[in-house]
Write a protein that binds this ligand. Structure first.
Ligand SMILES: C[S@@+](CC[C@H](N)C(=O)[O-])C[C@H]1O[C@@H](n2cnc3c(N)ncnc32)[C@H](O)[C@@H]1O
Length: 339
């Protein structure tokens, strides 16, 4: 993914905010959705949870009593921000992958004082609103917001190729949405983006009791269920499909074999959903047939031991300089340096 200077949109009159738009286009989304739903185990990429509503639902999840990761990660950032600041250079740019509401970064900005903050997210309107709100509160900060799909290679625009150190920030255990071999490829790409002397701060959810994990993804208020259903609302909106969420149920289970939470949408009946869009892709059309009980696999969230994560990042060309975790070892924050 290139940051295309042509795609720069000056939507904000706010000084210091630049916005690059490389949001995935409907043709590509249609092809990905048809390919995923044509597999024996139907699958949809988790990135399609996130339109503006999906981003809001995720923020609501972070407030749930069952959802421990955000609270612990925020505590770790509060406790260790000064140590983190000592590890980075004075002249530093901060690049956040999947920045969402850009809330956690606020805990680091004062301590690190980066020359520029680059929030990257697929959820365009939410990204832009979050970047503008950040600039209200930190008027000294330059912000290059970029709507990108970070699962594709990210190449920085020419004016970002400065001698400043690049610090990547990837909180929320979003690394767990990749299978381990994909996570390694993703991290190799990040390492190339950050370049020589680059560093990375990354939050990782650790392996723990199955009941704690399953409760975190099956909350009593059904917010996670609403988030799961939103993938169908989002696809309906972009592709004009007619998935009826009332004919699906939310399911989240922990697979101990695979060390991952799996989220699914379970079809409650035999049904056929047509996916087509005559305005794009030459009228490609496909009927997706669901049997009652069949599922769409919507998300994986891999859980790591500290050692398995260290092995993974070392294989991607990083070395671990620090690792902080809470007393119960539920969640860890790693500070990595490009080798
Ligand atoms: C689990 S949320 C984490 C949000 C925030 N970083 C936090 O820690 O609370 C994942 C974020 O990554 C974004 N995201 C997910 N997949 C993405 C992709 N392939 N490319 C860019 N952004 C993505 C979502 O829009 C969302 O804001």
């Amino acid at each position: 993914m290139n940051f295309n200077q042509q795609s720069f949109i000056k939507k904000s009159s706010r000084k210091g905010l630049r916005f690059f738009d490389n949001q995935p286009v409907a043709e590509d989304i249609l092809s990905e959705v048809i390919a995923g739903l044509s597999q024996p185990q139907k699958v949809l990429p988790a990135k399609y949870f996130y339109d503006e509503q999906g981003s809001r639902l995720f923020e609501a999840i972070t407030q749930l009593p069952e959802y421990y990761p955000t609270r612990i990660e925020i505590d770790l950032l509060r406790q260790h921000k000064e140590s983190i600041a000592k590890l980075v250079k004075d002249d530093v740019w901060l690049l956040e992958y999947g920045s969402g509401a850009s809330l956690k970064i606020r805990l680091l900005l004062q301590a690190i004082r980066p020359n520029c903050y680059v929030p990257m997210d697929i959820s365009k309107d939410f990204l832009l609103a979050s970047a503008e709100s950040l600039m209200e509160d930190y008027p000294w900060l330059d912000v290059y917001a970029a709507c990108v799909d970070y699962s594709q290679p990210v190449r920085l625009p020419a004016d970002m190729i400065t001698s400043a150190q690049k610090l990547g920030f990837f909180p929320g255990s979003s690394i767990g949405n990749f299978a381990p071999h994909e996570a390694q490829i993703f991290l190799q790409g990040v390492r190339n983006t950050l370049g020589k002397d680059g560093a990375m701060l990354i939050g990782v959810d650790l392996q723990k009791d199955k009941h704690i994990l399953e409760a975190a993804y099956n909350d009593c208020q059904n917010v996670t269920a609403a988030f799961n259903f939103n993938i169908l609302h989002h696809i309906n909106r972009i592709l004009g499909t007619q998935f009826n969420v009332n004919y699906f149920e939310h399911k989240a289970i922990y697979s101990e074999n695979k060390s991952r939470i799996e989220m699914h949408l379970v079809s409650t009946m035999d049904q056929i959903v047509n996916i087509s869009d005559s305005s794009i892709n030459g009228g490609e059309s496909k009927n997706i047939i669901f049997k009652a009980g069949e599922t769409i696999h919507t998300e994986n969230s891999y859980k790591y031991s500290k050692q398995s994560f260290i092995d993974l990042v070392e294989g991607a060309g990083f070395e671990v300089r620090e690792c902080w975790s809470d007393d119960k070892e539920y969640f860890a924050m790693f500070y990595l340096h490009c080798c």
